[in-house]
Design a protein around this ligand. Sequence first.
Ligand SMILES: [Zn+2]
Length: 270
Amino acid sequence: MAFTNEQLERYSRHIILKEVGAKGQKKLLNAKVLIIGAGGLGAPVAMYLAAAGIGTIGIADADEVDLSNLQRQIIHATKDVGKPKVESAKETMEAMNPDVTVKTYHTFVTSENIMDIIKDYDFIIDGTDNFPAKFLINDACVMAKKPFSHAGIIRFQGQLMTYVPGEGPCYRCVFKNPPPKDAVPTCKQAGVIGAMGGVIGSLQAMEAIKYILGKGDLLTGYLLTYDALKMEFRKIKLPSNTHNCAVCGDHPTITELIDYEQAECDGVHL
Ligand SMILES: [Zn+2]
């Protein structure tokens, strides 16, 4: 596949990088990334991946755009209120870059549909807002041997980690099980500073791009935390022993996907 003149100009700042080059840009154009959640995290991830020329971007979300989303979900505009988030996100991405094919999934991911949704993608972004979805995505990605980026944000704090099959711990290695219902406040209850989605979501996009290029060190085996009030990033080394994990360990006890109970709007809302 040869680049058009327009593509050479569009991606010139990538192509000039020795870590990307024409070869790397072609990898990006041939890549398929799935974003689960078109909210505070998914919005910047989708915009940076579209701008970068990721050829196929899937986006899954069951919600419609709400006025209270716009303080942080920058892929949606005031005119989009009431529209499915996946449709609004698709319009923004396609307007940004005609090279990108956007596939929308206007649904919650569940144990019934997630394996079918993730199967065609090279890398998965967890941009969801609740613990049941985060554990479901983790377990599905471990079982399907798919790399993914986990992230969560609340108030002035954010965190992320990257799972690559066989190269480090999964989300369940670290967090074991979802916290009890109502033990952790939602962003609706606790609030979140809008730019936090931009900081952490951009880091998730960076992980996806590095994975596709095969360049640099991924956040495997580490949890990165960000405290915006202290302006402090901490890179915490995670235990490397995954043998006893219930899903990615040597003798997994979780061999089927679980739909954990979730009250409406429960969990860390992004
Ligand atoms: Zn594990």
